[in-house]
Design a protein around this ligand. Sequence first.
Ligand SMILES: Nc1ncnc2c1ncn2[C@@H]1O[C@H](COP(=O)(O)OP(=O)(O)O)[C@@H](O)[C@H]1O
Ligand SMILES: [Mg+2]
Length: 273
Amino acid sequence: MNRDLAVEALCVTYGGIVAVDSLSLEVRSGQLVGLIGPNGAGKTTTVDAVCGFTAHTGVVRLGDRNLSRAPAHLRARAGIARTWQSVELFEDLTVRQHCAVAAHQGSFTDLLLDAVAPRRKGAVAGSEAALETMGLIDVADERPGELPHGTQKLVGVARALASSPAVLMLDEPAAGLDSQESMEFGRRLRSVVDSGPGALLIDHDTQLVMDVCDHVYVVDFGSVIASGPPEQVRNDPVVVEAYLGVGAHRLVDDTGRSDTGHSEAAPTSGGAS
Ligand SMILES: Nc1ncnc2c1ncn2[C@@H]1O[C@H](COP(=O)(O)OP(=O)(O)O)[C@@H](O)[C@H]1O
Ligand SMILES: [Mg+2]
């Protein structure tokens, strides 16, 4: 079954601000796709729109299903899962419980079935697999508040993964990780997509995105200004000039890790990141 995500001519406006301007992208199953761009470029808004959290025009399709008019919960149920830019976890649930709740997401009928025959095997397996994939088994019974910020971000990813999504939308999941953790995170993400789902990775760490992604989109002012395999995008003069500016050496220098974002190179200013 085709479960590829296709976004066509997506537009989002906030008052007079065009946050996303006719943006199209594709995330196929098993593909890790990067989305990079300066602060305020429209990356988070794109995820918000695709997930149904903000009003948009344009088309959002998952496989054969046109979800453009579906509310957020139906998009999630169809298989679009996301993480949040800021960690949004419950204080009084353990790491394992976070994943278990996500794995049990379902219809009202599922809830009734759970009441009759709790702990459906598939959901438990999905939850444990997500913990395993993100390397969280050892901390599964702890509460997120007791864990370092970097580990909390991994819990957010595991929770999204536990719902067995078709596509995972990751909004700056590696923020707060040191470069060692970031590399480990990239390795884990590869094994996630190798096991089936597609993933869209937004991150300020352009080196991480270039290292692990199959395909990269660069956005600025709400539009895609370049896309292609990392090695192509890395050397695209439009990207280097229009987006990377004075920070361009960071992208082309394989020895250095860009983990500070590119606000000094960003043509846009301010705005939510
Ligand atoms: N809820 C909102 N209300 C009004 N403007 C917003 C809102 N969210 C984002 N914006 C604006 O939309 C643009 C894109 O923001 P955002 O998607 O957060 O960028 P990015 O994630 O690439 O940093 C920015 O100009 C930002 O100020
Ligand atoms: Mg953002």
